[in-house]
Design a protein around this ligand. Structure first.
Ligand SMILES: C[S@@+](CC[C@H](N)C(=O)[O-])C[C@H]1O[C@@H](n2cnc3c(N)ncnc32)[C@H](O)[C@@H]1O
Length: 245
């Protein structure tokens, strides 16, 4: 697992090309998440990990929008959009989502778009989201969670250490995320047919976090290969037995 300083460095590196590279992949999920969040006039909205501000145009201008991000490079892109568009309802701040610099109950809704798997400690982020959001407010997530399919699962586990190096993790399972954050979503929706992205809509009950995340098992390719080797061996044994019968 990598640290916050490394993640900051990676996103500073991406900043100039982020929108061009990722817009196509993330567009549907952003629309779906903002529709779930259903912003109302005058509401105070926070986006943690606002990045280049790609979600901001999806909000009406009659909300009070705050975006925070660790990466100055990503924020500079968002500031430039804000300047060009003349957004008066938007405030962009540098900050770490695991230690938010806002008093309790400062927001009516908090959004985390493609963010939760870019932080080494998602449990701490969600605790902060719950703290700064008022009781009964909305917490909305759009993210990739590990596929239930065993083969893809193995690939995602095997790639996890590598993907951390390029800025996100691929080994977070939805049930683990819900357990460690003690979140109970009202709705979980698939964004795409492949099941790559899901939106979670939660009401903020201000409940305590769940147990700490278990340290991921060492997930090297040989482990997955061994498992598939065993499966193949079992299939071959069964075939041989059938031939003998
Ligand atoms: C994959 S981008 C998503 C950006 C945006 N939400 C979007 O929809 O495109 C993840 C963002 O989270 C930021 N980030 C990562 N760790 C963070 C932290 N601990 N606190 C605040 N921002 C963080 C990164 O700098 C990056 O801009």
């Amino acid at each position: 697992m990598v640290g916050t300083a490394y993640i900051e460095w990676v996103y500073n590196f991406y900043a100039g090309v982020y929108d061009v590279v990722f817009e196509r992949f993330f567009k549907a999920g952003r629309h779906s998440a903002v529709a779930e969040l259903a912003p109302k006039p005058g509401e105070r909205i926070l986006e943690v990990g606002v990045g280049t501000g790609a979600c901001i145009p999806l909000f009406p201008t009659n909300v009070h929008f705050t975006g925070i991000d660790l990466s100055q490079g990503m924020l500079d892109e968002a500031h430039e959009k804000s300047r060009v568009e003349g957004w008066k309802h938007v405030r962009l701040l540098k900050g770490d989502a695991t230690k938010l610099d806002f008093p309790d109950d400062s927001f009516d809704a908090v959004l985390a778009a493609y963010f939760i798997t870019t932080v080494p400690d998602p449990r701490a982020v969600v605790q902060e989201m719950k703290r700064v959001c008022r009781r009964g407010g909305r917490l909305v997530f759009v993210n990739h969670f590990m596929a239930p399919n065993t083969f893809i699962n193995d690939v995602e586990l095997a790639l996890a250490p590598l993907l951390w190096r390029v800025g996100w993790r691929s080994d977070l399972k939805l049930p683990d995320f819900l357990r460690m954050t003690n979140l109970h979503p009202e709705r979980v929706q698939l964004v795409d047919r492949l099941g790559l992205w899901r939106t979670l809509y939660c009401v903020n009950h201000k409940n305590a976090a769940g147990p700490e995340e278990e340290k991921p098992k060492r997930t090297f390719i040989p482990q997955a290969l061994r498992r598939w080797g065993k499966r193949l061996a079992t299939v071959r044994m069964r075939k041989t037995e059938r031939v003998r019968d």
